[in-house]
Design a protein around this ligand. Structure first.
Ligand SMILES: Cc1cc2nc3c(=O)[nH]c(=O)nc-3n(C[C@H](O)[C@H](O)[C@H](O)COP(=O)(O)O)c2cc1C
Length: 386
């Protein structure tokens, strides 16, 4: 099964990623990764940092002449601001004291608990890694996972459904068409009218020194039935996807399919009935389950919605305490996003893509793409004839 690790501080020289267990023969290019890195940096409501960082990925191992070798794939995303930080974030003890310690933990961040846990006296030693800058590498890794999924006709598409209480209308139609509309929206929402209202809400919050959260949806189309498992509950696909989504900075809730709404209506309004036709095989007319039953993909689109809390760094400062003199203060801000839900949707795509790619390699083997495809084709043939 594929796995990855990342490292890198927000103002360090670079972010590093290593993906291990990718099948050999997969087409992977820096250009394809850069498309998603660019998408992560877009979105109405982003702050000054996005103007500084123009992220691009460098593939440093595991790929030769555009194809994976089966060896670990190494990725590097440089932090463009490093020139201003090389002494302040240096690994060399000669530079101790090059930057004044931050002693005022910000509410809503890892700052205070991170200091307690790791014994740091400088908030910077926490925030440099807890920052969502880390999601740039996750998006790069996710782009590689998407390349694997594309070999099997699987698409992962994210869009925004709600910002600061402004919700898009009910969506109908195919995910691919909604995704196309979302790509054209500055808040990544397929509903044009709602997009305008969301941008106005962001403007109002910004003028007020405040920030907004929201909800995004990730749809995975083209999954075969049977990814994940009911047999051991730590292998359930919904459990793995929900865990991955919750690991994204600032995510506070995950729904699959109807989600929390299932708790409020009778079973007859929830469960998707099963039909069969020679042309389609087994199919369902509804998808309240969000494509997952019994911890396994059932062949319908996988639909996940994720709630993001408002950005905790506010231009209207929040109360906290200085850890040196224990005196109260109001947290000051230099630059921050006021809404990052559109970017979070791109991060959500990446983490979902990685979980699905893991499940695909678990089910169909992963030494080379050709073997994986043969196993996939044989399985799909058996499923069709069942
Ligand atoms: C794409 C993205 C961008 C973010 N940008 C900011 C930001 O500019 N300022 C900020 O204070 N928090 C930002 N956050 C949120 C914080 O990283 C997050 O609230 C913090 O790490 C606490 O995480 P927790 O709520 O999961 O505990 C961003 C999150 C994401 C996913």
């Amino acid at each position: 099964m594929i796995r990855y690790l990342s490292s890198g501080e927000s103002h360090g020289p670079e972010l590093l990623g290593i993906i291990e267990g990718l099948p050999a023969g997969l087409a992977v290019t820096e250009d394809a990764i850069n498309v998603d890195l660019f998408r992560r940096q877009q979105g109405y409501g982003r702050g000054g940092r996005m103007a500084i960082e123009k992220d691009t990925a460098r593939i440093v191992s595991g790929v030769r002449w555009g194809r994976t070798l089966g060896s670990p794939v190494g990725l590097v995303v440089e932090n463009r601001d490093w020139a201003n930080w090389n002494e302040k974030m240096s690994a060399d003890p000669a530079h101790v004291g090059a930057l004044k310690a931050v002693t005022r933990p910000r509410p809503g961040h890892a700052d205070l608990t991170g200091m307690l846990k790791y014994g740091h006296s400088d908030v910077r030693d926490v925030l440099e890694r807890s920052s969502a800058r880390e999601t740039a590498m996750r998006v790069a890794v996710g782009a590689v996972a998407k390349a694997l999924l594309a070999e099997f006709g699987i698409r992962v598409m994210g869009w925004v459904t709600e910002i600061g209480g402004v919700a898009a209308g009910e969506f109908t139609g195919k995910a691919a068409a909604l995704y196309k509309k979302a790509e054209a929206s500055r808040v990544r929402c397929p509903d044009e009218g709602a997009s305008m209202n969301m941008m106005e809400a962001i403007d109002r919050a910004k003028a007020d020194g405040d920030s907004l959260g929201g909800v995004f949806q990730v749809t995975v189309a083209g999954c075969p039935p049977g990814l994940g498992s009911y047999a051991q509950r730590d292998r359930t696909l919904d459990g793995l996807l929900a865990g991955a989504m919750m690991s994204i900075q600032a995510m506070k809730g995950v729904e699959v399919g109807m989600g929390f709404a299932v708790a409020r209506v009778p079973g007859s309004a929830v469960h998707d009935e099963i039909f069969y036709s020679k042309a389609k095989g087994y199919y369902r007319k509804t998808n309240n389950a969000g494509g997952i039953e019994g911890g396994m993909s059932n062949g319908s689109d996988i639909v996940i919605r994720v709630a993001m809390k408002p950005i905790p760094t506010l231009y209207r400062p929040l109360q906290s305490v200085d850890v040196t003199d224990k005196k109260p203060f109001k947290a000051s801000v230099e630059r921050s996003d006021s809404c990052a839900v559109p970017a979070a949707a791109v991060v959500g795509e990446a983490v979902a893509a990685f979980v699905i790619a893991q499940a695909m390699t678990e089910k169909f083997g992963g030494d080379c793409v050709v073997d994986m495809k043969a196993a996939y084709d044989a399985y799909m043939e058996r499923v069709r004839e069942f």
